[in-house]
Design a protein around this ligand. Structure first.
Ligand SMILES: [Zn+2]
Length: 198
């Protein structure tokens, strides 16, 4: 398992990988799952352990729909100054929470909260998770309005980009609506939605 940070979508040319952080979040995650199903897109969900403990049934829905899982820490702490031991304890606790929700779940990725990686890539790799970065973030945490999110996604996407979006951490209805609008536009422009290139 490599510790270098992956930020590339699988396949050549116009490919893009959608990744969603900070959930599960019942309202927006479930609506997002409907949008992804309708557009036949497989995505990655980077989960916070505290949210998983609160909403395990949503994690089961994510897995049942065929998406991939990642670890996004227990409580979204900035790990920049943490020791490897402290990071490992947090990542293990998060994985245990995910596997209580979905026994035997495969947890392929880790993404550090705030992209504040510190010592976490090596720890994640040792636990069998690939550090997953991104090439495009569109500030959906602001949130700037659905029209603006659509514009930032269409203007910002580049071939092979892993895209950072959010389905948790607040009201993410704009993010869900933006994905619903962007997907058919990109498809019409001959982009393909793929998983990360691991
Ligand atoms: Zn986050």
């Amino acid at each position: 398992m490599g510790a270098d940070i992956l930020d590339t979508a699988r396949g050549g040319g116009r490919t893009v990988s959608l990744t969603f952080d900070d959930g599960p979040n019942p309202t927006d995650t479930l609506r997002l799952l409907g949008v992804l199903r309708r557009h036949r897109i497989a995505a990655v969900f980077l989960l916070c352990g505290g949210q998983v403990e609160a909403h395990p049934e949503v994690v089961r829905r994510i897995v049942a729909d065929g998406h991939r899982l990642g670890n996004h820490s227990m409580h979204h702490d900035d790990m920049t100054t943490w020791s490897a031991e402290r990071i490992e304890a947090d990542l293990r606790e998060t994985n245990e929470a995910i596997r209580r929700a979905v026994p035997g779940a495969r947890i392929r990725y880790f993404r550090a909260p705030y992209g504040a990686w510190g010592a976490s890539p090596g720890v994640a790799a040792a636990l069998g998770m690939r550090p997953l970065g991104w090439r495009l973030a569109v500030g959906d945490w602001e949130p700037p309005g659905t029209d603006e999110l659509v514009r930032r996604l269409l203007d910002g996407v580049t071939p092979g980009a892993v895209v950072l979006l959010h389905d948790g951490g607040g009201d993410r209805s704009q993010s869900v609506a933006a994905v619903d609008r962007v997907a058919p536009v990109l498809r019409a422009r001959r982009w393909r939605f793929t998983l990360p290139a691991d």
